[in-house]
Design a protein around this ligand. Structure first.
Ligand SMILES: [Zn+2]
Length: 412
């Protein structure tokens, strides 16, 4: 029986090798100059231009090696999956392929397997990724899920519509929840559970005993605690991946743009008209989508105002109602589970927007009647004469208005 060394020697004599200088030259048009490239030793002299297609480069290392860096443009197929996945990755068996591992041994074994599968132009990279790094050539570091994240988000990643890439997108996304009250509680909790990487919470209120009938972010022992602080504790307890940004303030025309511009999607769970107009106008100015919901007694409404133009909140309600007609939740009351349902629908819309999947509620107003258990859908049309999204409106010049005549109402 041959020793491993003699076995490897035999394989290496059969398998063609390339070195890192040759590979870099072959990939030169594909390897983008990186910021650090100028500090690096120059690559080998470029040969005369050739018409040869650059090779497909496949990284056959294990995940713990791959996550520390890979050759730019390389596809990652761990050695154990190579034979299973190569035909999907490279259907043309005549095309040039370079395999690499850490030092050139596993890739030589892998190259032989591909030759046996009929690939005619397979090479193994001598010295592997180690030699590439030692030569000072640029490499990329992938964003991948950690082992713990793979378990935490496995029910997401097994959905083809999400996958690892979708989960990474969620983890990179930044969502701002206006209000840590009835709507903000369920929406922020499901968004945190889903792995939204940055969750901003705007609220200047403290937890009151009368909130606990519906605001499930908070608890009896937190009465008197600032809601943003209570929210941060609950959300981080749910998912330590989430960075919770506490905005302990009330949104107004002086701070709205500075706060909102750091986010990709706004969840409007505001309890007053002043905030709804402000959020609408600021979001249109910044081009950020708003998932809007409101609740009243047994009825909830939800829609999405797209960031790139209407229909918007002012298409629905061009100007605020007179203060005496504005309903207050403190007087009107609200069924405790109602904001739960509407807030979860908001979280669903946010996740779809981040993933770019499905159809959002843009242009549709969904109305839920909890007493009748009925959903109705109304079509929303952009109002041509809308002051913030109408035809000819320069959205960058929208002026923010503080409708200060509205007294503060208690959160929904
Ligand atoms: Zn509008």
């Amino acid at each position: 029986m041959p020793s491993f060394q003699s076995y490897l020697k035999a394989i290496k004599s059969e398998v063609a090798e390339t070195d890192v200088g040759q590979l870099r030259t072959a990939l030169a048009p594909q390897v983008p100059p990186s910021g650090s490239a100028s500090r690096l030793p120059a690559g080998p002299p470029q040969g005369p231009p050739t018409a040869a297609a650059p090779p497909a480069v496949i990284d056959v290392r294990e995940q713990d090696e791959y996550v520390q860096g890979y050759i730019p443009g390389a596809r990652w197929i761990p050695r154990g999956n190579l034979e299973l996945r190569i035909e999907d990755a490279i259907p043309d068996r005549e095309s040039p392929v370079v395999l690499y591992c850490a030092g050139g041994t596993r890739s030589a074994l892998a190259a032989r397997s591909l030759r046996e599968l009929g690939y005619t132009q397979v090479k193994s990279l001598a010295g592997g990724f180690g030699a590439w790094k030692r030569a000072g050539y640029p490499f990329d570091v992938p964003v991948v899920l950690s082992q713990e994240q793979q378990i935490r988000y496995s029910r997401h990643t097994m959905l083809p519509e999400v996958g690892d890439a979708g989960q990474v997108a969620l983890l990179k996304s930044r969502v701002l929840c206006l209000g840590a009250g009835g709507l903000g509680s369920p929406s922020s909790m499901y968004l945190a559970a889903a792995g939204i990487g940055t969750l901003g919470i705007v609220d200047d209120d403290v937890v009151d005993m009368s909130n606990l009938q519906r605001q499930i972010l908070h608890s009896t022992d937190r009465v008197g605690v600032h809601k943003v602080e209570s929210a941060a504790r609950t959300l981080n307890g749910l998912n330590p991946d989430v960075k919770v940004v506490q905005h302990r303030t009330r949104l107004d025309s002086s701070n709205a743009l500075d706060i909102m511009r750091n986010y990709d999607v706004i969840v409007d769970g505001a309890d007053n008209f002043q905030a709804r107009y402000l959020v609408n106008d600021a979001a249109l100015k910044l081009g950020i989508p708003v998932v809007h919901a409101s609740i009243f007694r047994f009825e909830g409404q939800i829609t999405v105002f797209p960031g790139d133009g209407g229909p918007c909140y002012r298409c629905l309600y061009p100007s605020p109602p007179p203060p005496e007609e504005a309903p207050s939740c403190a007087e009107a009351g609200v069924l405790g589970v109602l904001p739960g349902i509407m807030g979860v629908l908001q979280a669903t819309e946010v996740i779809k927007i981040v993933l770019g999947k499905g159809n959002t509620l843009a242009g549709r107003l969904l109305v839920y009647d909890a007493l009748k258990t009925k959903f109705r859908e109304l079509k929303l049309r952009r109002d041509e004469s809308c002051p913030t999204c109408g035809t000819g409106v320069d959205r960058s010049r929208i002026e923010l208005i503080d409708y200060n005549q509205f007294c503060n109402v208690l959160s929904p």
